[in-house]
Every structure is written in structure tokens, then in C-alpha cells.
Design a protein around this ligand. Structure first.
Ligand code: ATP
Length: 243
């Protein structure tokens, strides 16, 4: 998939969005879409509004203006649990793990449904994240940074999301681990048809796995397009970062 026009039933469809805090917009007039099975990179310098965008899509922050549709329903910032029930999972920047619980206990927190459907969902997540398999009884707080990030992804994946938001998973991780995690993100989209919006500071690595990308700067989209085009036009990319 290479442009938004070809998205027949986007899992995320945002138009004219102003989002921010205390009525002050830090994201302005955002138009953004993510299709099923697509990986979309949300890029941009620090403070650009990337996390604010994800929080608004999850229903944790009310839009100031514009429309936000996720998985066929509106998101207005009042009922994030309903957005999660529709099939959205959010891996936050801080990973939000329970350090005193084991890997398996953390994963179980994300499981829903009957016993057999939970077991099947757990197995499917393990297939995508095999390194977690041998860590089940380890306390989350004792894992390496990369393992913790895999666990955060695993907890999102056991809910079998149709839309996955991943906020800066590379924080504090070596580039080789980031590359591995990003390739897992690609596998998730390809194998489960989940639409993924991934915020990432490793621009070229993110564009290497993404279908499309948006560069936000100072709350506005400065550049958007197919990942391969963005990736090959480094001058334009740099300009969009400089604002
Ligand atoms: P980074 O890459 O550094 O995480 P970002 O692109 O995710 O940055 P945001 O975290 O969305 O950017 O922040 C956008 C702007 O909103 C920043 O100017 C930030 O200071 C401001 N901001 C973030 N959180 C709050 C908050 N809770 N209250 C007020 N302003 C906030």
C-alpha cells in the first residue's frame, strides 16, 4: 500500500485534528490514516507532537477539534476502554510493565476471552516474539531493555489487536535491537493484518519497514508519502525535521 487514497477501510482515520493539553493545541490540523496490514511511521523531532497524537488516538486525550475514527468508531477522549475493546493496543514510551511480576504474569494481563482463545492468542504472540518463550518465570524488572520492549509488545499482541500504536520503542536500545523490533512490527502487520502506527527516532530504520510515513514538526505534518520515497529523499527529510 503506498498512498492514503488506496485505503478502503482504514483502521485509523484522522482529519482536521487539533490535539493538546488544557485546550492548547500542540498538534494542528492533522490528517492521517493507517490501513489494515499497513505499517505507518510517525516521525519528527522531539516535542513535535507524536506522543500527543498517539494518546489522542487511544482515547486518553480528548481532541480539541477535528475527527478521530479508530476501527470504525469515533474516539472522543472519554472512553479509552471502548477503543481498546474495538481492538486498539497501545505500547507506551515508558513500556508500563509491572516490574515485580513475571513475564507470564505481565502477558496474562493482556489476555481476554475464553481459556482456549487466550491460550491460542498467547501462542500466536509467542510465535511473533520467540525470545519471550524462555523468559516466562523471569521478573520483568530483571529483563534487558530489549527484552522489556518485547514484553511490552507481547502484552499488546496477546490482545490480538487490529490496530497497534507503538511509541518510541527504541528508547535506550542498541540499533541492532531496534532493527529486530521493527522487523517484528512488520511481521505483525503482514501476518495478522493489524494496522500499525509506529513512532520512531531511528528514521531510516523505521522507513525500511514502513509502507508510508509522516513527518510532524511543531505540531504540523511537514512531509508525508510512501516510505521508499521519503527514505530516498534525504534532503527533503532533513528539511522537514528542521521545520
Ligand atoms: P518526543 O519525541 O520528545 O517524545 P513528541 O513528538 O512525542 O516528542 P509530545 O510528547 O507529543 O512530542 O509533546 C508535544 C508538545 O506538547 C511538547 O511541547 C510538550 O512539551 C507538550 N506536552 C507534552 N505533554 C504535555 C502535558 N501533559 N501538558 C502540557 N504540555 C505537554
Amino acid at each position: 500500500m503506498s498512498d492514503t487514497a488506496s485505503l478502503t477501510a482504514p483502521v485509523v482515520d484522522v482529519s482536521g485534528l487539533d490535539a493538546g493539553y488544557g485546550g492548547a493545541a500542540v498538534v494542528r490540523d492533522l490528517r492521517l490514516a493507517v490501513g489494515a496490514g499497513e505499517v505507518v511511521a510517525l516521525l519528527g523531532p522531539n516535542g513535535a507532537g507524536k506522543t500527543t497524537t498517539l494518546l489522542t488516538l487511544s482515547g486518553l486525550l480528548a481532541p480539541i477539534a477535528g475527527t478521530v475514527e479508530v476501527l470504525g468508531g469515533p474516539v472522543d477522549g472519554t472512553r479509552p476502554h471502548l477503543v481498546a475493546r474495538r481492538g486498539l493496543a497501545h505500547v507506551p514510551e515508558d513500556r508500563s510493565l509491572f516490574f515485580d511480576l513475571t513475564v507470564d504474569e505481565n502477558l496474562r494481563l493482556g489476555l481476554t476471552g475464553t481459556r482456549s482463545s487466550r491460550r491460542a492468542a498467547y501462542e500466536r504472540a509467542m510465535e511473533l516474539l520467540p525470545p519471550l518463550r524462555n523468559l516466562g518465570s523471569r521478573k520483568a524488572g530483571l529483563l534487558s531493555g530489549g527484552e522489556q520492549q518485547m514484553l511490552a509488545m507481547g502484552r499488546a499482541l496477546v490482545s490480538e489487536p487490529k490496530c497497534l500504536l507503538v511509541d518510541e520503542m527504541s528508547l535506550g536500545l542498541a540499533p541492532i535491537i531496534v532493527e529486530r523490533l521493527l522487523s517484528i512490527v512488520r511481521d505483525v502487520a503482514d501476518q495478522t493484518r493489524c494496522g500499525v502506527l509506529v513512532v520512531e527516532q531511528h528514521v531510516q530504520m523505521a522507513l525500511a519497514v514502513a509502507d508510508r510515513g509522516y513527518v510532524l514538526n511543531n505540531g504540523r505534518v511537514r512531509l508525508e508519502g510512501p516510505a521508499s520515497e521519503l527514505s530516498s529523499n534525504r534532503e527533503l527529510l532533513e528539511e522537514s525535521y528542521l521545520g
